[in-house]
Write a protein that binds this ligand. Structure first.
Ligand code: GTP
Ligand code: MG
Length: 204
């Protein structure tokens, strides 16, 4: 899929304040610093569209980006960023939970996992929360460039094997790097396929 236009629309402090539209949305979630905002920039080919930082906790609001005037990419704050106070953490978690559970337009939630890390409880808890609530998810392994080529596949396989212990059916997964643009075509094709099936449904 070609990205012809990518526009920042709005930052919302709460799920119920997000744009009132019927366009499908694809959102990115994961621990702080996992590379959500960088991935949005990589996918759109606009290096400064979403704000990134090496300091965790950069994204604190729900950010909507309109793509090709037809669908949204949504950049969410990270979860599990313990350096903030408990009140702020609770507020963020509340914002994320409401968005994930209540946002009707949410078509696929991409849950980002740093490919270098062993399964972490915060991510597993979040994935289970999505599973229990039937949230449509896909896994995105990020920062593939930071692992030697030979280690990438085993890392992904080990992660998926771990998930299989609790999950009957695994969600789709992608391996990406915002540095090398690995995984870009696969992810955009996946989104395009879903968009196409949705517009088919509307016509039917
Ligand atoms: P928060 O908004 O704070 O939750 O973080 P985020 O998940 O949006 O992460 P962000 O995209 O801001 O990236 C965090 C840091 O990781 C930045 O320094 C990025 O340059 C770096 N980074 C992100 N993706 C990649 C990647 O694929 N490869 C490498 N080498 N670095 C990456
Ligand atoms: Mg961010």
């Amino acid at each position: 899929m070609n990205i012809n236009t990518a526009k920042f629309i709005v930052s919302s402090p709460r799920a119920d304040m997000c744009p009132q539209t019927t366009l499908p949305e694809y959102a990115f979630i994961g621990r702080s610093n996992v590379g959500k905002s960088s991935l949005i920039n990589m996918l759109t080919g606009r290096s400064k569209l979403a704000m990134t930082s090496s300091t965790p906790g950069k994204t604190m609001l729900i950010n909507h980006f309109l793509i090709n005037e037809q669908w949204y990419l949504v950049d969410l704050p990270g979860y599990g960023f313990a350096l903030r106070g408990k009140r702020e953490m609770d507020k963020l978690r509340n914002l994320i939970d409401h968005y994930v559970l209540d946002r009707q337009q949410l078509t696929c939630l991409f849950v980002l996992i740093d490919i270098r890390h062993e399964p972490q409880q915060k991510d597993l808890d979040f994935l289970n929360f999505c599973g229990e609530n039937a949230v449509p998810i896909a896994l995105v392994f990020t920062k593939a460039d930071k692992l030697p080529l030979m280690k990438r596949k085993p890392a992904v396989t080990a992660y998926l094997d771990h998930l299989k212990e609790a999950w009957e059916e695994l969600p789709p997964h992608f391996v990406t790097s915002s540095e090398t643009r690995q995984g870009r075509e696969e992810l955009l094709d996946y989104i395009e396929e879903i968009n196409r099936s949705l517009s088919g449904q509307q016509k039917a």
